[in-house]
Design a protein. Structure first.
Length: 191
């Protein structure tokens, strides 16, 4: 697993070919996400911010637009921080705010997310990258939670989102590979 400075460098490298005004906006969003998540840590012990940087860097390498990358950086702030929707909309605008809101499962269901992604494929790409990244670090979860995440990824993320027309095929492949890796990790824990 890469450290926070390594993930920051990876993200900045992934956006380095973009126009300078876009790089500034994306860097500002990266710092904002870092402020929102603060010292929050993932179950594996890494600073939480490592995760949205991984998701955003993957999407940047695939040519995702500015709003998608900002939403990827902020995709967990409504669920996992005290950031309000009002603040998010005020600071990042309606387009990004609506995307982050749709990605926040404490505000919506998987079915709502599927409907939203059917109308805005960028949401599917973010959620696929999010789940692929999460599966790669799922070995730190309890076995029951690891199995739940794996089954949900196979049934919903791979079975429904990844087959929507327009989904980035490289992201869908990353998800398939992550599912296989998580399946092998889970099997090794029960053997």
């Amino acid at each position: 697993m890469l450290s926070l400075p390594e993930r920051v460098a990876q993200f900045l490298d992934a956006i380095s070919g973009r126009p300078s005004d876009e790089q500034v906006a994306l860097t500002e969003a990266m710092f904002a996400a870092g402020q929102y998540h603060g010292t929050q840590r993932r179950l594996g012990g890494q600073l939480y911010m490592v995760h949205p940087l991984e998701v955003a860097a993957a999407l940047a390498r695939e040519g995702a637009d500015r709003a998608t990358l900002i939403a990827a950086l902020l995709h967990d702030v409504l669920e996992d921080t005290s950031t309000s929707m009002e603040e998010l909309f005020s600071r990042f605008g309606e387009e990004v705010g609506e995307m982050v809101k749709a990605l926040s499962l404490n505000l919506t269901s998987l079915e709502d997310l599927y409907k939203a992604a059917s109308h805005d494929i960028r949401l599917a790409d973010i959620k696929i990258a999010d789940r692929a990244a999460n599966l790669e670090t799922s070995s730190s979860l309890r076995k029951d939670r690891q199995l739940f995440n794996l089954e949900e990824a196979e049934e919903f993320h791979l079975g429904k989102l990844a087959v929507l027309p327009g989904v980035n095929p490289h992201l869908a492949q990353w998800l398939k590979d992550s599912i296989e890796g998580a399946r092998q990790a889970y099997r090794s824990r029960i053997d």
